[in-house]
Design a protein around this ligand. Structure first.
Ligand code: ADP
Length: 896
């Protein structure tokens, strides 16, 4: 039911709270007022012209809330003056997610990587891809255990956990040990992907726990801190506003959820009393002793503020408690960070470092406190309930959402900024100089190039530092009841977190870790301040001016390394505003009134336009010659415009120039845009064709075998498909975990990147549209724990096929791009088959070895494990992915 958890009365009550906007739901439920009734009656008597529809004032920022059932989110968005867009039209091909003015998207459920990829840079969505690595109980346990092995002392806030059925024997051994030592512990068994207390059971004797699939077992924390004799847990709200770089905030209030039967130590007779051992609201609300509280100090649900007060009064050290909780939250998200960052960058390749994140997430941390004031992390909810059954819910959750929305800093101008950034990027790409061979350069040219490069790096760094300062400043002013806990203000603590993060990347990413670790130090420990960078830039400029580069470099036309001076620079935001206004004026002007004249009759703008074009009557001639010319000739024809003409133009009356200025800028801008688009498109088409050729020439190499042998292996696997199918399925879908699956796909990905770098002659392929398309395909193949690639082996199923990512998308994919994707899917399929066969052969050879050497196989990895661990092993002399890193062109069609 859509609004099942919000009763009409409670809503009415809360909607009338100061500041809350009355919802349309309430309006429709409200009985008609006497005046309205009278109107209705009179309308029945004499037909009146249709009443004018009251047009709601549009603010321009739209929130799409069709994916959430929580009314409180809508109320807050209305209060923040967002327009709420209509529910998705089921018949529409393009979901309203992608409507151009949708700035905020809120969804209760999982959002696919594809959707995140397709978002425009100014849009925000309330989930991160990859967050599942800490929000599913089994994933959280697995990731924590991995890190605990290296940092046992730092990560001791999760109860000891076993994932069934894999850890069943470990659990039994542990139980036997306990028995031998005559110790008794209680265990809690929960569904791996459960929620709201469903399916939870307690056991005193671990030997009685069945090896059920998709369950986890945890040591039961049997000495919880009690509140008035009841067990309780905390729902703590944590906001992650970005993962690249990571920024974490904690809300200074939350819920204290109490059990409804007084707590006694677990013993056989009370194990099944869930009202005593579980603190879920969804469980306890069914108990007759559940108390709905009218204030935050009574009832079975209280506020964290109340708890703090209570603890203080009872001489508990609340400062220590919260320090521990902050630490726990940060460390948990550091565990998630490699997954978040990887998944985010896959979805948003080419997003400039430090750019606004399109994702944010409000997480609900469930935390138990024991009698020694240690917090224990029970689980993390990626869609915590925003139901407002009780007043306390509304008070806390509406404040939480309001502060969240404020911190997101959504502005109407974000869309325009994005437009300019994209345009500038396209121009930069088009006019990028091809790298010259160093051998052909003179010493001076080399030096000049290195200074230019250094300057470029410094400018980027400066932009990053400025952006970070501005962001921090904004956060400090708008955090509301949030407090930022990462990056930490405390320098020592921050250094410690950075070291932990670095180490976690080392553990999780093995081979690729060093580059990431370097980046982490740079991003989170950057000691450079704005002044330092400005000084360094000034030094570079002084080097240039000092004549160190010789007089030759200073004279003559500049190389085409940046935008040519005579091309119009993108209009400033103000100009854009004016243009928009004028367009609006044209739309609203009465028919027949010439829009141009209206423009001319406007008072001339006195604003100076840095870098804008002088009005020029020859614009249209230039433009037509431009459209027919090749890019270079077009550019040079503009650049070589004689200065005498320029001065002639300058000498025209200022009023005339003002009169025509805007018009010519707009025309030129339009023509230049068209020109750019055509040239870029043609060049991209040609390079896409070349890419397709190169991809078709690629083959997967089997270590130690020839091409023909590798092809034979593939053929044999296909011929005996019935036999291999279940084995390959279990290898890919069960045996390999998400990281190893990604490694297999990365074998193809890294080679595809290399091809793109070679053909498109750029090192940073992340910015390429084609690579972004490929990324969506790779993501699709890894989708649903590898199911995406597995579906590609099916000859019948069209539904699960990767191609649907494009049919559902608003983006147009041309035939060659599509064929490239098809070839990539083929390569990934082959790659899986070869990796599988390699693992199988390794297994049989190790069996033979073990037979001949009569070694006991006990305690050694199975050879499949060896093969898959070869994909992961950090320091293997030659990991499988290294071995497969050569996908080479066929000898007969060697590289163009
Ligand atoms: P669910 O997602 O189904 O709510 P949780 O892991 O949050 O599952 O557990 C539900 C409740 O069970 C918690 O609110 C807590 O009261 C209790 N609980 C869970 N794990 C433990 C544990 N290890 N020790 C003590 N109590 C626990």
């Amino acid at each position: 039911m859509w609004y099942s958890d919000v009763t009409l009365t409670s809503l009415t009550q809360y909607a009338r709270r100061p500041g809350a906007t009355q919802s349309s739901l309430l309006q429709s439920a409200r009985p008609a007022a006497p005046e309205e009734k009278r109107n209705v009656e009179s309308e029945e008597k004499k037909p009146l012209p249709a009443p004018k529809k009251k047009r709601k004032k549009k603010h321009g920022i739209t929130a799409n809330l069709s994916g959430t059932r929580y009314e409180v989110i809508r109320l807050v968005c209305e209060k923040c003056k967002f327009d709420i867009c209509k529910e998705d039209d089921p018949n529409s091909y393009v979901p309203s997610y992608f409507e151009d003015n949708t700035y905020l998207i809120w969804s209760d459920s999982f959002v696919s990587a594809d959707r995140i990829t397709e978002l425009k840079p100014f849009q925000r969505i309330n989930h991160f891809p990859g967050m599942v690595e800490v929000t599913r109980k089994d994933c959280l346990a697995r990731n924590m255990m991995k890190i605990q092995r290296h940092h046992a002392d730092e990560f001791n806030f999760v109860p000891k956990t076993w994932i069934l059925p894999a850890d069943f024997s470990l659990l039994q051994n542990y139980a036997k040990d306990l028995k031998a030592k005559k110790k008794y512990k209680t265990f809690i068994v929960k569904p791996a992907n459960g929620a709201q207390g469903h399916g939870i059971q307690l056991f005193r004797n671990a030997e009685k726990i069945p090896p059920t699939e998709h369950f986890i077992v945890q040591e039961y924390i049997d000495k919880p801190l009690l509140l008035e004799g009841y067990k309780f847990d905390l729902r703590i709200y944590v906001l992650v506003t970005s993962c690249d770089p990571l920024r974490i905030f904690i809300f200074n209030d939350g819920l204290v959820r109490m059990s409804t039967d007084k707590y006694v130590n677990p013993a056989d007779p009370n194990l099944s009393n869930l009202y005593m051992h579980l603190t879920n609201y969804s469980v306890n609300k069914h108990n007759e002793f559940y108390q709905k509280g009218d204030s935050v100090e009574t009832g079975s649900k209280r506020s964290i503020r109340f708890l703090n007060e209570y603890l203080r009064k009872n001489d508990f050290d609340t400062v220590l408690l919260w320090r521990r909780i902050y630490d726990m939250v940060v460390k948990t998200l550091l565990v998630a960070q490699p997954h978040l960052l990887h998944a985010y960058r896959m979805c948003r390749p080419g997003a400039p470092a430090g750019s606004d994140s399109v994702c944010f997430e409000v997480l609900g941390f469930d935390v138990l406190i024991d009698r020694k004031l240690n917090p224990w992390l029970l689980e993390i909810n990626r869609s915590p309930s925003f139901g407002t059954d009780e007043k306390i819910d509304f008070d806390i959750k509406s404040a939480l959402i309001e502060d969240t929305v404020r911190l997101l800093n959504i502005k109407l101008s974000d869309k325009r900024r994005n437009y300019f950034a994209q345009k500038a990027e396209a121009q930069k790409r088009l006019f990028r100089t091809t790298k010259r061979n160093e051998a052909d350069m003179t010493e001076i040219e080399k030096k000049k190039q290195s200074i230019e490069k250094r300057k470029e790096e410094l400018r980027e760094q400066l932009a990053r530092v400025r952006k970070a300062t501005a962001r921090e400043d904004f956060e400090n002013r708008n955090a509301g009841r949030f407090r930022r806990i990462f990056p930490s203000e405390d320098k020592l603590k921050q250094q410690k977190y950075v070291n932990i993060m670095s180490s976690i990347f080392g553990i999780v990413m093995s081979g690729r870790a060093p580059a990431m670790q370097k980046e982490i130090q740079k991003v989170y420990n950057n000691q450079f301040r704005e002044e330092d960078i400005l000084d360094l830039i000034a030094e570079c400029e002084a080097d240039e001016k000092d004549g160190k580069l010789g007089s030759k470099a200073a004279r003559g036309p500049k190389p085409l390394s940046s935008m040519p001076i005579s091309l119009p620079s993108p209009p400033t935001e103000d100009e854009f505003d004016e243009e928009e206004e004028e367009e609006d004026a044209e739309y609203t002007s009465p028919p027949g009134s010439p829009g141009l004249n209206r423009r001319e009759s406007r008072p001339p703008s006195t604003k100076s336009r840095p870098g804008s074009l002088r009005p020029d009557s020859r614009v249209s001639n230039d433009a037509s010659s431009l459209c027919n010319s090749r890019p270079n000739s077009g550019v040079s024809s503009m650049r070589s415009r004689p200065t005498s003409n320029m001065s002639a133009v300058n000498s025209r009356s200022k009023s005339l120039s003002r009169l025509h200025g805007k018009q010519s800028i707009m025309q030129r801008s339009l023509i230049d845009d068209n020109f750019l688009i055509t040239v870029v498109k043609e060049r991209e088409d040609e390079l896409t064709k070349k890419t397709l050729q190169a991809l078709n020439d690629m083959r997967i190499k089997f270590p130690g075998k020839t091409d023909q042998e590798a092809e034979l292996i593939l053929d044999t696997l296909h011929e005996n498909w019935k036999f291999h199918k279940p084995r390959i399925a279990s290898y890919w879908l069960v045996k390999l975990d998400s990281i190893k699956r990604r490694k297999v796909i990365d074998i193809v990905r890294s080679n595809v990147r290399a091809v793109l770098q070679r053909i498109w002659r750029i090192s940073d392929v992340d910015n390429l549209r084609l690579y972004r398309i490929f990324t969506r395909v790779f993501n699709r193949l890894l989708w649903s724990h590898g199911q995406g690639l597995w579906n590609c082996f099916s000859t019948t199923s069209q539904n699960g096929s990767w191609e649907t990512i494009f049919s559902k998308s608003s983006e147009n994919i041309c035939e060659n791009e599509f064929n490239c994707c098809r070839r990539i899917v083929q390569l990934c399929r082959d790659c899986l088959l070869i990796v599988y066969q390699f693992a199988a052969e390794a297994k049989s050879s190790s069996q033979q070895n073990s037979e001949t050497t009569e070694l006991s196989s006990a305690g050694t990895l199975s050879s499949r494990d060896k093969a898959s661990s070869a994909l992961m092993a950090p320091h293997n002399t030659q990991t499988l992915s290294q071995r497969y890193s050569k996908l080479y062109p066929r000898a007969d069609t060697t590289a163009t």
